[in-house]
Write a protein that binds this ligand. Structure first.
Ligand code: SME
Length: 164
């Protein structure tokens, strides 16, 4: 199956997500290999939205997030619970929308290019099992529209594969 996630540049952000979600839903339906699904979801988000870093951190041994599949430059391997934007999303079990990373106390700068960021927890059986992290090289790139649709992406992933 060949699916292109390259969307028309003329679309608004909301329209892009509205086209993206059904494409992604059909694309990953029935796949049971978690790493493969995460790899393709990061590739699809990168192709559709062009942010410079898109990827996953997965909870390991209850204390740390460990780098999973991603698109972008090499990143930190491990993040402790409560640390940085990712560790905060995990500890709070809540999406973090960060318009300016320099204003976020404890932000972990894996890349000096990062200016704004959104981190969405992946929740399975009531526990955070990982996070979806997206970084932009421009300020103020993420808002409630991203939160709404990326939380749908997170639910789609956790309904499709086991991350525990
Ligand atoms: N900025 C993140 C670290 C991960 S990188 O952005 C890929 C944080 O503060 O948790």
């Amino acid at each position: 199956m060949e699916t292109s996630f390259s969307l028309s540049p003329a679309l608004t952000k909301e329209e892009r997500y509205q086209q993206f979600i059904p494409l992604l839903t059909a694309y990953i339906a029935g796949e049971t290999e978690a790493i493969s699904v995460l790899a393709n979801v990061s590739a699809a988000l990168h192709e559709a939205f062009h942010h410079f870093w898109v990827g996953f951190y997965l909870v390991k041994d209850a204390h740390q997030l460990v780098l999973g599949p991603f698109q972008g430059s090499a990143a930190c391997f491990r993040i402790r619970r409560g640390r940085g934007v990712c560790g905060t999303a995990w500890a709070a079990c809540r999406t973090q929308v960060v318009p300016d990373v320099e204003q976020f106390p404890g932000h972990i700068a894996c890349s000096s290019l990062s200016r704004s960021e959104i981190v969405v927890p992946l929740v399975q059986e009531g526990e955070v099992v990982g996070v979806l992290d997206i970084d932009s090289d421009q300020l103020n790139q993420f808002d409630e529209t991203d939160r709404l649709y990326l939380e749908q992406v997170a639910r789609l992933i956790t309904q499709t594969v086991s991350l525990r």
